[in-house]
Ligand binder design. Structure first.
Ligand code: TPP
Length: 322
């Protein structure tokens, strides 16, 4: 493992920020302080953190409806994200996008996306751009197991393989598509095996283990950067909350969920591993927890104090201006 203490602390800060940001918005939605509903990424933090640790602002990421974790790991400003969820003018998309449309081109975040599978072809197009312009950049598509049944997945993998594009497809297999267990709708045990149809390299990572994701994503991203083509990286993971805030989760066993939450929490696994190996002190992790908590509280305060966008601005920043 070639991670320094600084890298490990950065990884923990990323995962803790995702967790704290989403625990806060879950609370805000449930108590009526924030509108709408959210798709929470809690439980899957090690995937976004492990992959994005290898990317810079000139690499791009295309996300999903469950996109807060990808945005935070890619460096999108948390205060701007919070204001965006509140629909305020100070939001990262001026309050007009909301949870499923957070984007920040300066950070290489092409956007969360309400259309299942759509980010896969966006990342493929971005990888083609990087290849043609010889930027040395890599594109990453995050998507779920359900999205791997979409035509966009199959068409994109085919083109990426034919053209040897610098792209990594990260399938976050969390065991469910909405309220349907993956095995009801996906006939293969490992989604990674779908890459064989496109003569593409694949890899399976334990999506609850930051280090495993970090190492496997690192190899895939390095190969893509060197012009050696795409990879389909399947990360086996689990979402601790429902499909969206308010989902009663009648479709899944409480015992199984509890087992994942108690025994496979990516933050707890990370902490045990790095503290037992003497790589990071538990006290330093607690101090990160405190920093993150204060940052999230300040973000909520700033968002609630900010104005809503001027109705006059409704036709700006859209594709077709009046
Ligand atoms: C094209 C399209 N079809 C259906 C939906 C409705 N929908 C929203 S999320 C979702 C499930 C997606 O499952 P998966 O890709 O496994 O992602 P997860 O929610 O598990 O992260 C569906 C079917 C949609 N938003 N877009």
């Amino acid at each position: 493992m070639n991670l320094t203490r600084e890298d490990l602390e950065h990884a923990y800060r990323t995962m803790r920020t995702i967790r704290a940001f989403e625990e806060k918005i879950n609370d805000l939605v449930n108590t009526g302080r924030m509108g709408g509903f959210m798709h929470l990424y809690i439980g899957e933090e090690a995937v976004a953190a492990g992959v994005c640790a290898h990317l810079s602002d000139s690499d791009v990421v295309a996300s999903t409806h469950r996109g807060h974790g990808h945005c935070i790991a890619k460096g999108v400003d948390v205060t701007g994200m919070m204001a965006e969820l509140y629909g305020r003018e100070t939001g990262i998309c001026k309050g007009k996008g909301g949870s499923m449309h957070i984007a920040d081109i300066d950070r290489g975040m092409l956007g969360a996306n309400g259309i299942v599978g759509a980010g896969i072809s966006l990342a493929t197009g971005a990888a083609l751009t990087a290849k043609l312009k010889k930027t040395g950049g890599v594109a990453v598509a995050f998507f779920g197991d359900g999205a791997s049944n979409e035509g966009q997945f199959h068409e994109s993998l085919n083109l990426a393989s034919i053209w040897q594009l610098p792209v990594v497809y990260v399938v976050e297999n969390n065991g469910f598509g909405e309220f349907t267990p993956t095995e009801f709708v996906v006939p293969v045990k490992d989604i990674a095996t779908r890459s064989a149809s496109y003569a593409m390299r694949s890899e399976i990572a334990d999506g609850m283990d930051f280090i495993d994701v970090y190492e496997k994503a690192g190899e895939a991203i390095e190969l893509a950067r060197r012009g050696e083509g795409p990879t389909l990286l399947e990360c086996k993971t689990y979402r601790f909350h429902g499909h969206f805030t308010g989902d009663p989760m009648a479709y899944r066993s409480k015992e199984v969920s509890e087992d994942w939450i108690q025994n496979r929490d990516p933050l707890q696994l990370f902490e045990s591993r790095v503290t037992e190996a003497g790589l990071v002190d538990a006290g330093d992790l607690r101090s990160i927890d405190g920093d993150v908590e204060r940052m999230i509280e300040a973000a909520v305060e700033a968002a609630e104090a900010a104005p809503f966008p001027d109705p006059e601005s409704v036709l700006t920043d859209v594709y077709v201006e009046a």
